[in-house]
Design a protein around this ligand. Structure first.
Ligand code: DON
Length: 303
């Protein structure tokens, strides 16, 4: 398979996508992202990595980090995580507060901000440092020791994080946080503010393509847990656009407001695409278009 040629082909097709999108600016440190930046990388289960465009440039991974915090919390703490967070699509924006009250402080799924805050709380309890746990995992899987938290992004998020603070306090009022709100939020911002490239992310996503096996051959998740994480990615990973993403792309995937999307090709590899302008649901316009073109050209799908 000529992966390199394939990446160039699908990126060229995505550039023809009519929708333009807007770079996220509710976190001021993200507003400076170059709207023309565009990169894509594929890592295969046998260890090859291919990339095109700005595939080696670090970007703010934001909510893509929630995939790793979920996997690590499950690996460390097991099934009991699901007592504090559900696994149904929310049908609401990622930062919505509306369902939390009627659902007694149990967020719908681990990928909306409310759910990721609960997952971060459990990972903090299990490891003592949730931000570092995610960073160390990404460094190990991508073999990139330079991969790090962009503190300016973490500070910017904290200064403008009224919604996340509201979500966290509301969850705490139902007794669904085990650590102080300020501490949970600072670890949540830390893992969201990790900066990594498409290359790093594609390599870091491979454990899901390998059904739970890490780069060093050790097992992070059981095969069944890996299947379940992929299932939640498919149904909830792109928020209220998850149906549209499954329709267009047909792969489990996780987006972030930095413009990155990481998708899993079970048994085959992982692919990461990055382009900062977002659609109204917070997903990269060109990122979705490139993944759509990729799966259309190759027939890759979980279906
Ligand atoms: O909490 C936030 O709003 C951001 N740190 C992450 C949001 C995000 O990436 C949603 N994804 N599309």
């Amino acid at each position: 398979m000529d992966y390199q040629g394939l990446l160039h082909e699908v990126m060229a097709e995505a550039l023809r996508e009519p929708g333009r999108g807007r770079v996220a600016d509710y976190i001021p440190a993200l507003a400076v992202a170059d709207p023309t930046a565009f990169g894509m990388a594929i890592a295969t289960v046998d260890g090859e990595v291919y990339g095109a465009g700005d595939w080696e440039q670090p970007f703010s991974i934001q909510s893509v980090s929630k995939l790793f915090s979920l996997a690590l919390a499950l690996a460390e703490g097991g099934e009991q995580l699901w007592q504090g967070v559900g696994r149904e699509p929310s049908g609401n924006p990622y930062n919505s507060l509306v369902q939390l009250e009627s659902e007694n402080g149990i967020p719908r799924n681990p990928f909306i901000n409310a759910g990721a805050i609960v997952v971060t709380d459990r990972l903090l309890e299990l490891t003592g440092d949730a931000g570092t746990a995610v960073k160390d995992f990404l460094r190990a899987e991508s073999r990139n020791e330079a991969l790090d938290i962009d503190e300016s992004v973490a500070v910017s998020e904290a200064l403008h994080g009224h919604r996340n603070a509201a979500l966290a306090h509301f969850i705490a009022s139902y007794g669904n946080l085990r650590n102080p709100v300020e501490s949970v939020l600072s670890h949540y911002y830390a893992h969201c503010a990790l900066a990594a490239s498409c290359r790093d992310m594609a390599l870091a996503g491979l454990f899901l393509a390998r059904h739970g096996i890490r780069a060093d051959g050790s097992r992070l998740l059981t095969r069944s847990e890996a299947k379940r994480v992929n299932a939640v990615l498919l149904t909830c990973g792109t928020y209220d656009a998850a149906g549209q993403f499954a329709f267009r792309v047909g792969l489990p995937g996780k987006s972030g407001v930095g413009g990155g999307i990481l998708a899993v090709l079970p048994g085959r590899g992982a692919v990461c695409v990055w382009s900062p302008p977002l659609d109204a649901t917070g997903n990269s316009v060109r990122g979705v278009a490139a993944l759509d073109a990729l799966t259309t050209a190759t027939g890759w799908s979980v279906f």
